[in-house]
Design a protein around this ligand. Structure first.
Ligand code: ADP
Ligand code: MG
Length: 579
């Protein structure tokens, strides 16, 4: 549907046209007429589907000469960023409707400035619940003539502990008002609010909002727990996205990872709730301006943030909730553009969790091998070929230089080779130093050389061989048959492992937890006086059939390129090769 079919004012149509909106999104098509009729609405639609306009346009339309001097619309958002963002977007819709005066009120910013703005006669107020409460208490925000209250990202506001503030605000405003609620999920707490404060609400649920996710290519990589940061650096080097978001589950991880990336010369910045407002604004601005190419964030800090042109989303930590996965990857592929999402997986368990996410989102999440240094060099070579192919033709005085070089015995071919070589060398020097250790694909034959590893947990912790084996399989992704004899002592355990896998196993298992105990894993030096309490000879090295090399399929001889100008694995070819 077109915006001009929606019975909107000339002023709004002009503004949406300038913003490049012609077709409405589904949530807009359904909600705008209902909201303009004055109905209470519960809206559910995924991130990036244009909810701000869905409630913002009716909000702007509701301001008229009679109510322009009072706060008529109050919009509550979970974070300062979202309040600022919604305010900016609504200002754009109101560009040609001069009587609309918006004001954003949120914590961490000057109270005085906000009071001034409110005094100047704001009629649409957008704010976070805490600060809105502050202003109500100080009587700097009067809601006695309020017509509409809108809760944006209601579930997130509850998650952040704003329930009391929200209820207090909702019971404070006039009875005869319109109550509108948007939420990605509908937990019982939201239903309770709906029941208590809404009047005969219409449910608007957009089913096909999965669409945004369908446009996003989704991949995952298996990597050892202790090598996640290295894996991320490799991926960033391989894809060199102009703009990427990396998600972590904790604020601490955001800080640590940001620092690690910065140390490797990657333009990264962190964003989480503990940071000062000024700092957060600065981080967002530099990310929007593409000065910072990698934004590392927690789910809450990034909720609803709308930055266009994000090429890729990386799930450094697997999200704790299926909905979070959709929200995270919805940062890329916005407004119908293609995007890519990558997830790091460190154990079998996580692999199952990801399968669950894929089922839930009805998405296809394909496993790819991590690129190694040679893969990345190949990618850089391909990129250089493309770059030179697209360069403008050189002018004739440049050929003079080549002629003079030729006189010195350096012919055209040699001259070009030297230039290309110096460029590649520079790029390769900037690559991370490491290669990911990989488990041998071939399986371990009987009689292959073995060593013993030593785990700092033993019988005193009521540990059984199957716990040890399960934990090792989980951490390494190797098969149970790859591990040999397990001897459990009072305070430690030894396990026979293939020597060729020793480095890989140490990398994958530090840190490791078994039954809630932190376990160190190192080389077993041996102590002949010690007798194991328990033996397990059940696991021998079994020979496995070799698998086809997927690395080659994914990174070798690529022709297709993706939005970074890098590779897209040829899926058909890959499947064929697998057989
Ligand atoms: P949500 O709140 O659902 O996550 P937003 O309101 O932040 O989504 O909108 C996401 C992006 O899509 C914004 O950049 C917005 O300007 C843009 N957008 C919204 N509606 C339309 C439309 N009808 N046509 C084109 N772009 C739109
Ligand atoms: Mg939003």
């Amino acid at each position: 549907m077109q915006f001009n079919e929606l019975n909107l004012s000339k002023e709004i149509l002009l503004a949406t046209e300038e913003l490049g909106f012609s077709e409405t999104t589904e949530i807009q098509q359904e909600s705008i007429p209902l909201l303009m009729e004055g109905r209470d609405v519960v809206g559910r639609s995924n991130t990036g589907t244009g909810k701000t306009a869905a409630f913002g346009i009716p909000a702007v339309e509701s301001i008229n000469d009679e109510n322009k001097r009072a706060v008529t619309v109050l919009i509550l958002c979970p974070t300062r960023e979202l309040a600022m963002q919604a305010c900016e977007e609504i200002k754009k819709f109101a560009k040609y409707k001069k009587i609309v005066k918006t004001s954003a009120v949120y914590g961490g910013a000057s109270m005085e400035r906000q009071i001034m703005e409110l005094k100047r006669g704001a009629n649409i107020v957008i704010g976070t619940p805490g600060r809105v409460m502050d202003h109500i208490r100080r009587r700097t925000l009067k809601l006695d003539r309020l017509k509409t209250v809108i809760l944006d990202e209601a579930d997130e506001m509850l998650n952040m502990g704003f329930r009391e503030d929200i209820e207090s605000i909702l019971s404070d405003v006039p009875e005869e008002r319109q109550t509108v609620l948007f939420s990605a999920t509908m937990p019982p707490e939201i239903l309770a609010i709906t029941e208590k404060y809404q009047h005969d609400p219409v449910n608007v649920k957009i089913k096909s909002s999965q669409k945004t996710v369908e446009l996003i290519d989704q991949y995952y990589f298996m990597c050892a727990m202790g090598r996640k940061t290295d894996a991320l650096k490799l991926l960033l080097a391989a894809y060199s996205p102009e703009s990427a978001m990396v998600f972590c589950n904790t604020k601490k991880m955001v800080d640590e990872l940001t620092e690690e990336l910065a140390k490797s010369g990657i333009q990264a910045a962190g964003l989480h709730g503990d940071m000062k407002q000024a700092q957060r604004t600065q981080v967002m601005n530099s990310f929007k301006a593409k000065i910072t190419s990698v934004l590392v964030a927690t789910d809450v800090a990034a909720r609803g943030i709308d930055v266009s042109g994000i090429d890729a989303v990386f799930n450094y930590d697997l999200p704790q909730d299926n909905e979070y996965y959709i929200h995270r990857i919805g940062r890329t592929g916005r407004a119908g553009r293609a995007g890519t999402a990558y997830t790091l997986i460190t154990s079998r368990r996580q692999q199952y969790d990801l399968k669950d996410i894929a089922r839930y989102t009805k998405a296809k999440i394909t496993e790819l091998p991590l690129p190694d240094k040679q893969d990345i060099i190949n990618i850089k070579k391909d990129a250089l070929i493309r770059e030179i192919t697209e360069m403008p033709k050189a002018s004739s005085d440049i050929y003079d230089i080549l002629d003079r070089l030729a006189e010195n015995g350096i012919d055209y071919r040699e001259a070009a080779a030297r230039l290309v070589n110096s460029r590649l060398e520079k790029e390769i020097a900037a690559l991370p130093e490491f290669d990911m250790p990989k488990p041998l694909k071939k399986g371990h034959k009987k009689g292959a050389k073995t060593v013993k590893i030593d785990l700092s947990i033993g019988r005193s912790k009521k540990i059984a061989p199957n716990f040890i084996l399960g934990a090792l399989v989980d951490a390494t992704g190797m098969s149970g048959q790859d591990f040999g004899k397990i001897d459990i002592y009072d305070n430690h355990t030894t396990v026979e492992v293939p020597e060729a896998e020793y480095d890989y196993i140490i990398d994958s298992t530090n840190p490791m937890k078994i039954n809630g105990h932190k376990v160190d894993v190192k080389l077993y030096k041996g102590d002949s006086s010690e007798k194991p309490r328990r033996r397990n000879d059940g696991h021998n090295f079994g020979a496995k059939k070799g698998k086809p090399d997927r690395r080659k399929a994914a990174y070798g001889n690529r022709k297709k390129t993706d939005i970074f100008g890098d590779y897209i694995p040829d899926r058909k070819k890959r499947t064929k090769k697998r057989h």
